[in-house]
Design a protein around this ligand. Structure first.
Ligand code: GRF
Length: 229
């Protein structure tokens, strides 16, 4: 067990609003981690701008610049090692994480997905497409899911989920906005549970421990949802 704040790398391909929500939680003193790196596959990613403003080191790595996936994985591994990264947060990162890195960081890579997994997840389900599918299907509820990253997209053990309603007149943008608001609370909360060493994973099952690290925490008023704040 590491007895200092986790050194976290955030991987982001886009605007980086989830990255910002994590930085804001750190700034408010609600999340005791050190964000040591922002990594992207796109020079134009908004997340890189937020990182630079806060003097957080950045790195851009394009998988296409490497001849083989092993070389790409090695390059990623070297950057992570150079920055002393203990934990990886995917915040709208669109590239697949190489198996080698997933093995190296077992149960130490998390992702946020803008739907209630396992619904509306998997290959090709990202960004607006998720909310379009939600509206088209006519579900009454969607939400956000924070999960551990495994080799297949959107399949790892679920850390936290929160639902939001979908109304008949909603556009995909309405749903996206409602879900994003939840994401901005849920992701820092999930990361805080890891930072406090309160996540215990057995197979697909995740137990959230209390602050002493032994009692599982359950919200009796809503057993489907662990207390996270
Ligand atoms: C979020 O909707 C997140 O759920 C998904 O990608 C989007 C990233 O948005 N994985 P942002 O770049 O954090 O604003």
């Amino acid at each position: 067990m590491i007895d200092r704040p986790l050194n976290v790398a955030v991987f982001a391909s886009g605007r980086g609003s989830n990255f910002q929500s994590i930085l804001a939680a750190v700034e408010r003193g609600e999340l005791d981690i050190s964000v040591v790196l922002c990594l992207s596959d796109r020079e134009s990613a908004g997340a890189l701008v937020h990182a630079t403003k806060q003097s957080i080191p950045t790195s851009v790595i394009h998988p296409r610049d490497y001849q083989t996936s092993d070389e790409y994985a090695d390059a990623l591994g070297r950057v992570l090692e150079r920055h002393g990264v203990d934990f990886i947060v995917l915040a709208g990162y669109l590239k697949k994480i190489p198996t080698e890195i997933i093995r190296m960081f077992r149960h130490r890579i998390i992702n946020i997905h803008p739907a209630l997994l396992p619904a509306f997840g998997g290959v090709g389900m990202y960004g607006r497409r998720v909310h379009e599918a939600v509206v088209q299907y006519g579900v009454h509820w969607t939400g956000a899911t924070v999960h551990v990253v495994e080799e297949e997209y959107d399949t790892g053990p679920i850390i936290l989920q929160e639902a939001v309603p979908v109304f008949p007149e909603d556009s995909p943008e309405d749903v996206a906005d409602r879900v994003l608001e939840v994401e901005h609370r849920l992701y820092p909360a999930a990361l805080r549970l890891f930072a406090q060493n309160r996540i215990h994973i057995e197979g697909r099952r995740v137990r959230i421990l209390d602050m002493q690290g032994d009692e599982p925490v359950r919200d009796d008023a809503d057993p489907g949802r662990a207390k996270h704040d």
